[in-house]
Design a protein around this ligand. Structure first.
Ligand SMILES: Cc1cc2nc3c(=O)[nH]c(=O)nc-3n(C[C@H](O)[C@H](O)[C@H](O)COP(=O)(O)OP(=O)(O)OC[C@H]3O[C@@H](n4cnc5c(N)ncnc54)[C@H](O)[C@@H]3O)c2cc1C
Length: 480
């Protein structure tokens, strides 16, 4: 029997490691012999970094994966503990002749994989790890000098033109094993977590595929025009499914190819291509993280001097609560609280506001997103924060500072998104909402007595942020 250790690949379909373990036709060779026994370990070290929404999605996804195993005549083995001891013990108890998994790319994930591999080596069990979560493995898309890219546009050109593999086959009949003692699915409380405050989306491959099909049936064709408008809800919402691997990237790309072939116009085809560009951003940030694991805690970009962040606890608390008096920022932070999700344009706005209006270290924002986002993954979250803070690879230049009022006006002109999440502004017209900071105190009190006044002045803080970055660059903050 071969063991397949599921981690962020909670699916049977298009799963490279599982296809190898199950000896599926066209799959990679694997050590030992079949059938494949699927294993998921509730790893205490991973749970230490988890949060209620992610635990809720993970449990639902594991439950759904187990159902899929059962539908295919097998079962999923569930265990809790340290994988360095669980894997050798399970391998021993089930006479496993080989163990396989799909590779991790974060620093912690790679350290864990190395430790488990060493433990299995000591136990004399052969191991194989496969590249699965991305189309192109870190190290396979490089500059002509063989270096990883730090500029997305160059990465994209190579990524775009590189052939994409087809989905891997699902395990065939009789290819999955049924263990005697599969173990019970724990509850969130068993794992030490509360139920999430937010509504978490349905998990599992069927839910992911349904979402993909729905998106590709229409919204993808005008994604390029509509993706920046948060009220529109036209983006794919695949991030959580890609994060947990409830759908495989090859399956997504195969469906995209079909959608592109069926596109009703040249504009629609270009729109599909723009969507592919977002999938490439995901891969770009995974490559960056793979080669620079220290970015989780450190700036990617070096400044001459330390950046003297302001880090005011009251301002950070107002930002987290969605009580800054900047309507688009508050709407985003409240969407995060309610849905464990935030639209990409608004993520950029709230991240810019935290780092450049509140002059607050991006690490505070990253920690809050990690706690709240159901789709949090280290590569994208860190990439997004360091981009906004002008400390990352291919980041926003330090002098590009979003004006939260004009961003709101441009991307939510009717204030529909804002009103969805900020009910205090329900009766206020969009023009007043977009010029909230310019209205007098009594006017604001009259229009929306329960909504906060702006906690900072954007113009003043913009100057302060510019000076902060100039000092970090070793420049005279007074100079133009
Ligand atoms: C500060 C900040 C933090 C972020 N944190 C995360 C995070 O923890 N997890 C996460 O998946 N994305 C993160 N993003 C990127 C992006 O906001 C989300 O991927 C996107 O909003 C998810 O919605 P969607 O699936 O509908 O996206 P779509 O627009 O439909 O995009 C399709 C897919 O492409 C990928 N993608 C899209 N935009 C980006 C991007 N800018 N960078 C990398 N990949 C992208 C995602 O996998 C997404 O599911 C962050 C962005 C910022 C600015």
């Amino acid at each position: 029997m071969r063991l397949h250790w599921h981690r962020s690949d909670l699916r049977l379909v298009d799963n490279r490691g599982l296809a190898a373990a199950a000896g599926a036709e066209g799959a990679d060779p694997a050590p030992g012999d079949g059938p494949a026994l699927g294993l998921f370990v509730f790893d205490d070290a991973v749970l230490d970094h988890a949060s209620p929404p992610r635990v809720a999605y993970m449990l639902d996804a594991v439950d759904s994966l187990r159902e899929s195993y059962r539908d295919h005549g097998g079962d999923l083995l569930l265990r809790r503990g340290d994988p360095t001891s669980v894997l050798p013990a399970v391998a021993d108890a089930h006479d496993a002749t080989g163990v396989v998994w799909n590779r991790a790319y974060s620093g912690l994930g790679r350290e864990r994989d190395d430790a488990v591999r060493a433990a299995l080596d000591d136990a004399g069990v052969p191991v194989a790890a496969y590249h699965d979560a991305l189309h192109h493995e870190p190290g396979s898309i490089t500059t002509n000098a063989g270096e990883p890219y730090s500029v997305y546009s160059y990465f994209w050109k190579k990524w775009r033109d590189r052939e994409k593999a087809d989905p891997y086959p699902a395990p065939g009949t009789g290819a999955l094993a049924t263990p005697d003692d599969p173990g019970d699915l724990p509850t969130a409380a068993d794992l030490g977590f509360d139920s999430p405050e937010a509504d978490v989306p349905a998990a599992g491959h069927a839910a992911a595929r349904e979402r993909l099909d729905e998106f590709l049936a229409g919204d993808v064709y005008d994604y390029a025009d509509r993706r920046d408008y948060p009220a529109d809800r036209c983006t794919s919402r695949l991030s959580v499914h890609l994060r947990w691997g409830t759908i495989g990237v090859r399956e997504v790309s195969a469906a995209i190819r079909e959608a592109k072939a069926d596109a009703p116009s040249e504009d629609a085809r270009e729109s599909v291509e723009e969507f592919r560009g977002e999938l490439a951003w995901r891969e770009f940030y995974h490559h960056v993280l793979n080669f620079n694991p220290e970015v989780v805690t450190e700036n990617y970009k070096e400044y001459e001097e330390e950046i003297e962040w302001r880090d005011d606890p009251d301002e950070i608390a107002a930002w987290k609560a969605g009580e800054t008096g900047y309507p688009i920022v508050d709407a985003g932070m409240r969407q995060l609280k309610q849905e464990a999700y935030m639209h990409n344009r608004v993520r950029m706005i709230v991240a810019s506001f935290l780092t450049k209006d509140l002059c607050c270290d991006w690490r505070h924002g990253y920690a809050h997103f990690r706690e709240r986002l159901v789709d949090h993954n280290t590569a994208n979250d860190n990439g997004g924060w360091q981009w906004a803070a002008s400390t990352g690879t291919d980041a926003q230049p330090y002098f590009r500072i979003f004006n939260p009022m004009t961003q709101g006006e441009r991307y939510d002109p009717a204030a529909e998104y804002i009103k969805r999440y900020v009910p205090e502004l329900e009766g206020v017209n969009a023009d007043d909402i977009h010029s909230w900071h310019e209205l007098g105190l009594s006017e604001r009190n009259r229009l929306a007595p329960d909504y906060p006044h702006p906690i900072v002045d954007h113009g003043d803080r913009r100057e302060e942020a510019l000076a902060m970055f100039k000092r970090a660059r070793g420049e005279d903050p007074e100079a133009d």
